[in-house]
Design a protein around this ligand. Structure first.
Ligand code: SF4
Length: 345
């Protein structure tokens, strides 16, 4: 697992739906980002950056990245793109951040815009691929094909960008097998990083209508966690970083507000990491000799929460696997990452 202390600090600037020419069936950027889709004002972006940098003193010493998310950055006009990127220049001169990343679509990669972005210090482009299955892409009204993603990744790498790929699990028309085929295809493109998002039903989307008509059923939470864990294992085995699993927290994207149904969980990424960790531990559990009624489990301090799992669900599974009660979990820094020690009590 990557070390939180070494992770870069992201200063996000959300541009909901800006540059989007259509509306993907699952997408409701205002709910996801808690930001309104007002026309873009560079002064507003400057204010967002000023506020964010004023609060970031505690992040000193860590790499800081300004990230433009929530729309199709490279579908903005070149002049608007430049105005937005201009807002970052004074902060960069003060050394407040070191690079910029943007998210966009695979079919919106005009060379002139990409070259302009490079001049402003954009070094990473994240592509919303969502799936590598053309039937799924057509169903969700993405408006691009898998080939666009493959060509887009190659083009961006050719221009020297680091490339991120965003994928969604549980899309309409997709299947667990289809999702894993997408994972394999993305591995073949060799991006630097990926993000994994569960598909949830958000109020006001076409997916909500399909859900209410019985045309779409979201994945169960456990299944979505399992599939993301499988995907994560595949990517990380190939040296591709999984930089986010699960939707970003938002005050409106919660049950009872704009979230209608689906595998949403406030700690979705943690559930996936804990599930991966538990499986690793269970595959190499030491044998207990004789009749033992209670045990203590030791783990490296950073991994204790992963051993426990969300609300101690990991311990429940360990109890069952060991056939004994796990009475305590304690930190033991002499252990290697991914391993545990077990003591009879
Ligand atoms: S998923 Fe991306 S491209 Fe589709 S509507 Fe939302 S922001 Fe726009």
């Amino acid at each position: 697992m990557s070390d939180e202390r070494l992770k870069p600090v992201i200063v996000p600037v959300f541009l909901p739906f800006q540059g989007c020419r259509g509306r993907c069936v699952f997408c409701e950027q205002q709910a996801i980002t808690s930001r309104s889709a007002e026309p873009l004002k560079p002064e507003k972006i400057e204010e967002t950056l000023r506020d964010a940098f004023a609060k970031r003193k505690h992040h000193m010493g860590r790499e800081t990245i300004v990230a433009f998310y929530g729309g199709t950055f490279t579908n903005l006009s070149l002049s608007l793109m430049e105005k937005i990127l201009d807002t970052t220049v004074p902060f960069r001169k003060q050394g407040l951040f070191s690079s910029i990343r943007v998210s966009t679509r695979p079919d919106a990669l005009e060379t002139e815009k990409l070259e302009t972005m490079k001049l402003y210090g954009v070094d990473t482009v994240e592509l919303g691929a969502q799936s590598m299955d053309d039937n799924v892409l057509e169903t969700i009204l993405r408006g691009h094909r898998a080939r666009d993603t493959a060509e887009g990744v190659a083009k961006l790498k050719g221009l020297g960008f680091k490339v991120g790929v965003q994928l969604m699990v549980g899309l309409p028309g997709d299947s667990p097998r289809g999702f894993m085929a997408t994972v394999e295809k993305v591995i073949g493109l060799r991006p630097s990083m990926v993000r994994l998002y569960p598909t949830v039903v958000i109020e006001g989307t076409r997916l909500e209508q399909w859900y209410r008509d019985g045309r779409y059923m979201p994945l169960e939470l456990d299944r979505a966690v399992e599939l993301c864990a499988d995907a994560c294992r595949c990517f990380e085995k190939e040296g591709i970083d999984v930089i986010r699993i699960g939707l970003v927290g938002s005050p409106t994207l919660i049950p009872g507000k704009q979230l209608i149904d689906g595998p949403w969980h406030p700690c979705f990424g943690f559930l996936v990491r804990a599930s991966m960790h538990l499986e690793r531990i269970l595959s190499s559990l030491p044998r207990l000799s004789g009749k033992v009624e209670r045990v203590r489990i030791r783990a490296p301090a950073r991994e204790v929460p992963l051993v426990r799992g969300f609300r101690n669900q990991g311990l429940v599974k360990l109890n069952a696997a060991l056939g004994t009660e796990v009475a305590e979990v304690s930190a033991d820094e002499s252990l290697c990452a991914g391993t545990i020690g077990i003591d009879a009590l």
